[in-house]
Design a protein around this ligand. Structure first.
Ligand code: ZN
Length: 163
């Protein structure tokens, strides 16, 4: 168990030091800024969607995160997990992660679904830090919901002919 925990700490420190997909890129469909006032973490996050056989998919997630190692590492693993997935697949991963964070250390994380995010499992035992780990994921969900509603508004008005 100690070995696993130190491996997890290493993974977190590595993501915090060299966050994947970091930086704000153009073009993007929606941008949000979320803060976690309890710890002082901040993330500005952009989502770009694309069409994958008629289904919305995550083309890119770019972000700028400031704050503790947990919040930075979590944004990094999140971006790496969701980019390239359809929005519905990515939402499933997000729900799995949120479930893990609310498990009080009891859940057996599924590495096939969560990848490096399993390294954050221990955070669920520290209620004060859960918001740090969820910050990037909540920002992603918010930005994706906004991007999806923009797409609906931009879509050709299929209903209009029937009116
Ligand atoms: Zn934090």
């Amino acid at each position: 168990m100690m070995q696993l925990e130190s491996l997890y700490t290493e993974i977190i420190m590595e993501h915090a030091a060299r966050p994947l997909h970091a930086g704000l890129r153009e073009p993007f469909d929606a941008e949000v800024r979320h803060v976690n006032p309890t710890c002082g973490d901040e993330v500005t996050l952009r989502v770009t969607l694309k069409d994958a056989d008629g289904e919305p998919a995550v083309a890119d997630v770019s972000y700028d995160s400031l704050g503790c190692s947990i919040s930075k590492a979590s944004a990094s693993v999140m971006a790496d997990l969701v980019i390239g997935k359809t929005v519905s697949e990515a939402m499933t991963v997000s729900e799995e992660f949120v479930g893990l964070m609310h498990s009080r250390g009891e859940a057996e994380p599924d590495e096939d679904v969560l990848g490096d995010a399993v390294a954050l499992a221990g955070v669920s035992r520290f209620p004060a830090r859960i918001k740090c780990a969820l910050l990037g994921w909540m920002a992603w969900k918010d930005a994706t919901a906004r991007a999806l509603s923009e797409r609906e508004m931009d879509a050709p008005d299929a209903d209009r002919e029937q009116l």
